[in-house]
Write a protein that binds this ligand. Structure first.
Ligand SMILES: N[C@@H](CCC(=O)N[C@@H](CS)C(=O)NCC(=O)O)C(=O)O
Length: 290
């Protein structure tokens, strides 16, 4: 022991730093390896022919604070596919949430999950749409997920974010918050929307909401009287603006300015989430549904 202590004190500073970094690295690798081992164990217990939906915990006013989890779970309900939620922070192979496992096969990205299940189980929620309508539905989905999503990120994390519901819910420590915000600022800068002023972003955001509002008009669902796959994505995104925008300065924007979108959100909730209240108060798993 004494020899070890002597050897340590003989090292110069750079060697000590190298040792410390090496020690931290080994510790991190060990923790990751152990976690993987346990996750593999857990996988064996998943029931067959049931979608295992990995997502973060339930949200305070809507079933998730992630639009993509609301989207995927709404799809599973719309298509009546048996599923079970696993709430946690286990990321997909693409380092994102939400994702699924089905009979041992993992699929990352909510859209790819839906495509996978459509093929595997012969589901087509867009079967009644004409090719032109499918094109419009696809364009609306991309607007929601690749444009509106970034507004959500900016309002939640970047602009005056201390008051946002996300901050209050997550209760992150100062360092972790700084780290995440730094990463998000980089992401939004690279994506492009993060380069605009808050005022410019707000106007663009309103334009998207106005387009959705004008397009839905008095229709029951996005593409008519029947809900389709794109309703899941658009509802997932709107659910965050309608129920989870507290502290962003735009909490009542849908209710006040786009009342038909509020009616739409309530209709989707009523139709696919009869257990909504239980889903926002419980963070456990939901039994597989037929
Ligand atoms: N295209 C993906 C988007 C998923 C996504 O962006 N998830 C966010 C949470 S809302 C995430 O995991 N972010 C972590 C990160 O970007 O590092 C999908 O449809 O699943």
């Amino acid at each position: 022991m004494e020899t070890l202590v002597n050897a340590y004190s003989d090292m110069d500073t750079s060697q000590k730093v190298l040792h410390a970094v090496g020690g931290v690295f080994v510790a991190v690798v060990s923790v990751v390896a152990i976690r993987k081992l346990f996750h593999k164990e857990a996988k064996k217990d998943y029931p067959r022919d049931t979608v295992i939906h990995h997502q973060i915990g339930r949200g305070p006013y809507a079933p998730s604070m992630t639009p993509f989890a609301v989207k995927l779970e709404t799809y599973l309900r719309m298509a009546r596919i048996p599923y079970q939620n696993v709430h946690g922070m286990q990321m997909s192979s693409k380092s994102k949430l939400t994702w699924i496992e089905y009979n041992g096969q993992a699929v990352a990205d909510s859209t790819l999950c839906i495509e996978f299940l459509n093929k595997k189980l012969g589901v087509d929620l867009n079967r009644n749409l004409s090719p032109a309508d499918r094109g419009v539905a696809q364009a609306l989905q991309v607007m929601a997920e690749e444009h509106m999503y970034w507004f959500l990120v900016l309002f939640r994390w970047v602009y005056d974010n201390d008051k946002s519901l996300l901050m209050k819910t997550l209760k992150l420590g100062t360092f972790l918050l700084w780290l995440i915000r730094r990463n998000i600022k980089k992401q939004t800068w690279n994506q492009g929307l993060g380069r605009h002023t808050e005022g410019e972003v707000t106007e663009m955001f309103k334009k998207d909401l106005q387009s959705l509002s004008d397009f839905i008009g008095t229709k029951k669902f996005l593409m008519g009287d029947e809900p389709c796959e794109t309703d899941c994505a658009v509802f997932g995104m709107l659910s965050q603006v309608y129920w989870h925008f507290t502290g962003t300065g735009h909490e009542n924007i849908i209710k006040d300015k786009y009342p038909n979108l509020a009616v739409y959100c309530e209709r989707m909730k009523e139709m696919f989430w009869p257990d909504w209240d239980q889903c926002i108060t419980h963070c456990g798993t939901r039994e597989a549904t037929k």
